[in-house]
Design a protein around this ligand. Structure first.
Ligand code: DAH
Length: 342
């Protein structure tokens, strides 16, 4: 019996020594220690021995089992280590790239717009996204209950109105930043306010949340020529040197005179095509700050004048050559197939 255990041990050890991988080692484990393995069967035979031989044989059997188990474990470690070492030193193996995100299309546009205006001395500011009626409408020269307020399709917050500032709204336009800015600082002012704006509209060309960028320049002898020059600089920097800009008369409560601002169509170069119809694409409103607005902010309209403009980030982004988005809502649908293209 003792010899039988010795044979099992020697056979097992030499096979373990030769094993080249974990699969072979598993097969050896099964062959000796498995339910019908050689050692398991031999152990069962122990019961048949006379009682006085049992203790000694028991010890031999145990020792055999421990030695084989030990050898298997050691070999297993050795094989694993070898695999890891091979992996580390294989410098030719290509690395694994972690998935990298990118900035959202609209964030990229905001950064680009900011750089263009900073180049000509504007400072970017941020003001509250939830705003009092005073800042969104009243101080901007909208008379109470004036129908023009409907054009902004504003979201109102359910809260009792403030005795002085009125209802709370989600900023329907970045023009509220003009009032905040003039309250906060004295002329000369060169403000760029880029922010989220909210209106109750949702279709192919509207999302309930969108972004505007607002300029405000206040100083002595600021004229329409400054407005037109700034518009032109932006249009050429953002859309390209060959694009032209123009202003057309319009009406806004908070500017006098007021304008719509256009950029020449990039597809037909201003001649007129299916996209633009008449050669021009509208980018938003602008005008000379109304004297009442200056007065509401404690600025003397006899001494100072200024211009302001409010244009759409998504709008200019879509108009920029090469980017075709048929439904504006695609921008905010969180579809990675779309977003990872940019
Ligand atoms: N706030 C206007 C809108 O949301 C756009 C606008 C028009 C802004 C004229 C201005 C401006 O600063 O002077 O439609």
């Amino acid at each position: 019996m003792e010899k039988e255990f010795l044979t099992i041990k020697n056979n097992a050890l030499s096979m373990i020594l030769d094993a080249e991988n974990n699969k072979e080692l598993d097969a050896i484990r099964l062959q000796f220690l498995g339910r019908s393995g050689k050692l398991t069967i031999a152990l069962k035979d122990l019961t048949k021995l006379p009682d006085d031989e049992k203790p000694l044989m028991g010890r031999v059997a145990n020792n055999t089992k421990n030695v084989i188990e030990d050898a298997i474990n050691r070999k297993e470690n050795e094989l694993n280590k070898k695999r890891q070492t091979n992996f580390i030193i294989d410098i030719t193996e290509p690395g694994i790239k972690p998935p990298l995100g990118s900035l959202h299309l609209v964030t990229q546009a905001i950064q680009e717009i900011t750089k263009i205006f900073e180049h000509i001395g504007f400072t970017r500011v941020r003001y509250p996204e939830i705003e009092w009626d005073w800042y969104a409408f009243e101080a901007l020269n909208f008379p109470e209950n004036h129908p023009a307020r409907d054009d902004w399709e504003t979201f109102f917050i359910q809260q009792d109105p403030h005795p002085k500032y009125g209802s709370l709204v989600l900023t329907p336009h970045t023009s509220s930043g003009q009032i905040r800015q003039m309250e906060n600082s004295k002329p000369p002012i060169k403000m760029l306010n880029i922010a989220k704006t909210y209106r109750r509209q949702s279709d192919v060309s509207h999302t309930p949340m969108f972004h505007q960028f607002e300029t405000l320049v206040i100083g002595e002898k600021i004229s329409i020529a400054d407005l037109k020059g700034t518009l032109d600089f932006f249009v050429k920097s953002y859309f390209g040197e060959n694009r032209k800009s123009r202003i057309r008369p319009y009406h806004f409560q908070f500017t006098e005179p007021s304008f719509e601002t256009d950029v020449s169509c990039g597809v037909c170069d201003g001649r007129g095509c299916k996209l633009c119809k008449e050669g021009w694409l509208e980018i938003g409103g602008a005008g000379m700050v109304h004297p009442n607005v200056l007065k509401n902010c404690g600025i003397d309209p006899e001494k100072y004048s200024g211009f302001a403009s409010g244009w759409g980030v998504e709008r200019v982004l879509m108009m920029k050559e090469g980017i075709q988005i048929n439904d504006l809502r695609t921008l905010y649908a969180n579809n990675l197939d779309f977003l990872t293209q940019f």
